[in-house]
Ligand binder design. Sequence first.
Ligand code: HEC
Length: 149
Amino acid sequence: MRRSLMTLILAAAMPVAAIAQDAGGQAAGSQAAGGPGAKPALYTADQANAGAAVYAQSCAACHGSQLEGVAAPALKGPAFGDMANAQSLTADALLDVIVNTMPQSDPGSLKPEEFAAVTAYILQQNNYPAGTVALTKDEPGLKDAKITP
Ligand code: HEC
């Protein structure tokens, strides 16, 4: 008796669970494959490689060669994650901060593609996957991409 009741409850609950899962998938529409919570692909590998050179040249002196933070805050790891969380930082806002205020010694001194590349590098260092579309200011999805370490 108990068993058949359980079966009945399970049978009734299953379609509901399936519907809930569908809705979740749609809400995550602009995210890359891998489901909600997975980090989206926002830049190309070439771009991140170019960004590594920009970083070494223009950022490492203050932020550390491993982005670990020296005179300036870390740009990866738990401290960076806390800052990103506190600001609800998105990839779009990260690019804006860098374009508008960095390098702190000479803001605006890099070309737009160098700013995009160094942002791509920071994403790569925070375990965002590379994709097929280069990071640009107008890239769809940049505004929705929350930064997490
Ligand atoms: C002359 C030193 C210096 C250089 C060079 C520099 N930064 Fe910064 N950066 C800072 C300081 C200091 C802060 C913290 C500013 C603040 O809290 O208001 C900062 C903050 C940041 C932040 C925000 C981090 C946070 O925790 O709020 C980002 C992102 C950033 N820098 C990226 C870069 C990038 C990318 C470059 C190279 C293009 C760069 N910085 C070059 C000194 C520097």
